[in-house]
Design a protein around this ligand. Sequence first.
Ligand code: FNR
Length: 362
Amino acid sequence: NMAVEPVNVNEFQELARQVLPKMYYDFYSGGAEDQYTLDENIQAYHRITFRPRVLIDVSRISLSTTILGHHVSAPILIAPTAMHKLAHPEGEVATARAAASCNTIMVLSFGSTCTIEEVASSCDAVRFCQLYIYKRRDLSALVVQRAERNGFKAIVLTVDAPRLGRREADIRNKMVAPQVKNFEGLLPTDVVSDKGSDFQAYAEATLDPSFSWKDIGWLRSITNLPILIKGILTREDAIKAMEVGIAGIIVSNHGARQLDYSPATISVLEEVVHAVQGKVPVLIDGGIRRGTDVFKALALGAQAVLIGRPIIYGLAVKGEYGVRRVTEMLRDELELTMALSGCPSVNDITRSHVMTERDRAR
Ligand code: FNR
């Protein structure tokens, strides 16, 4: 019932399912193959409990923090997700305005349905730009240059998609995607058509699966912006990422849309955090649906979290206002969680405030 205001982020998902065409809802909500990881991303949070501390002055709670030196009102950022106009006619511009009004950072997807320039001129805010590497390397370089010219503050290089994961709902629905707006007129017509493109075929035609660690130097050579790597799940790759000079790591399995049976991100966060030893910030996304989830990620060493699907659901149901509500709900839940566990500021959240399965087995 649309007249009922959702009271949590999960309720936005059900409302989104009601308003979206099935093909688009399936595209947004789905994962790869058996969707084992899709379920695990959420279940793994349920297996972590708290060690709350009491009799601490929690009359004032401070959620604010900094990410790469940029102030945010809460450690809750907006993950890059493609094609917001399939959810709402205003698309990424509405999402960007909501992010700005919440004083948080939006990571604009490479596959956006508004251009970099449209998003940049829609409102004033700190924004990051997500990057895929195309076989047409010049097109990826163009995105970096346009992001830099338009005041974006970092590049988020997504590394878990040398090819597209097998999303069976999209295959079944014969998912058709609009063109990548930033490349309108720049790609040959056998790759895109006026009707849009078969999503899977488009990805196969464009993504460069040969891009590897040695090519990060090229990316660093074409921009002065800091580069975060999104899609790290092991200590080995965290160490490599630091060796090639990246500014931050996002622990992510792409919302379970790429390699099925990847671990739940929260279950490998500590491994990555230990490898990084505080040298660069570690962020995380995947399955975060509650303020308690955000708290758990911070306790296990994340500097901030990113939210994927719930933002799209908010956008689909209520546009800019919906995105704002989703962000505020998570922020308000985090604030209450901090009060009830005895943490007046985000810096007070420590490893000793949570108990993982591994802790219990000890
Ligand atoms: C994504 N994700 C993604 N990541 C990326 O780097 N570039 C992209 O264009 C997209 N597009 C995209 C579309 C949709 C519909 C989804 C659901 C996800 C992955 C995204 O950034 C993030 O890693 C996950 O969405 C986080 O998991 P949750 O919060 O959706 O569970």
